[in-house]
Design a protein. Structure first.
Length: 255
């Protein structure tokens, strides 16, 4: 092979190498640019919401997203699009629409709040896990008050801290179990012995501790229509084998 041909091939290889380096560099620049756009160009700044229960305002959802450090609209939207939603404690199910690089719209079914604790003129609403999801100076219709829990700390998006952890566990078990029956409960209360009473209509139902709770609730459901005709206290602290319980009627006040 002549020297000229060798030189020609070397020049050709060098040109190809230079071209490959340029292309590779360009590809890397494009990838880095796309990554930077994905990170900084899709910063979540605003969330609008449409839901079935309307328990949470847009502002509250925005605060929740910020607390959970969900700050990238592209990632949040794409997960929803692919059917792998980012878990949100406020919703059972939801869909995300990308409105702009900084704004999304959430349409979904909210988790129904289990109850609330009132303290210092504020309502602390919690979910089935005992996590405070809403603090407001307004009472939400159909959310049941809970009395007797000795809370030591009530912080937004944090689990309620109580003196006796068993008391919170008992209340959450009872509220979740009762929900299946769709009763219109007026109030739950718990004493220092972790015994629960629920008020329905004019009847105070003493459920006692959570032992045999399913049996007690089934028995109560069987006699529900007859019991709510009266005013008084139904003792269901201990599950009855034959489903019979004592109702102590309240005496009518003389006018």
């Amino acid at each position: 092979m002549s020297q000229e041909k060798r030189r020609g091939r070397k020049k050709h290889r060098r040109r190809k190498l230079k071209k490959w380096v340029k292309v590779s560099f360009l590809v890397i620049v494009i990838i880095v640019a796309l990554i930077l756009i994905g990170i900084f160009g899709f910063r979540l700044q605003s969330v609008t919401c449409t839901s079935d229960l309307g328990q949470f305002t847009d502002q509250e959802v925005n605060a929740y997203m910020s607390e959970q450090k969900i700050d990238n609209t592209l990632v949040f939207w794409f997960k929803s699009l692919s059917g792998k939603n980012t878990p949100l404690e406020l919703y059972e199910e939801y869909k995300v629409k990308l409105l702009s690089p900084s704004k999304v719209k959430i349409t979904g079914y909210e988790k129904k709040l289990q109850g609330y604790i009132k303290k210092d003129k504020l309502y602390y609403y919690f979910d089935e896990n005992g996590t405070i999801l809403k603090i407001s100076d307004e009472k939400i219709k159909d959310i049941v008050p809970v009395k007797g829990l000795e809370a030591t700390e009530l912080k937004l998006f944090k689990k309620i801290k109580v003196k006796d952890e068993k008391s919170l566990e008992t209340i959450l078990t009872v509220t979740s179990s009762v929900e299946a029956y769709n009763y219109k409960v007026k109030q739950y209360s718990i004493n220092k012995n972790n015994e629960v009473t629920m008020n329905i209509k004019n009847v105070k139902v003493q459920l006692g501790k959570k032992t045999n709770l399913d049996k007690k609730l089934k028995d109560f459901n069987d006699m529900y229509k007859n019991v709510i005709k009266y005013k008084g206290t139904l003792n269901m602290k201990h599950a009855s084998e034959d489903g019979s319980y004592t109702l102590k009627k309240s005496e009518e006040k003389k006018k």
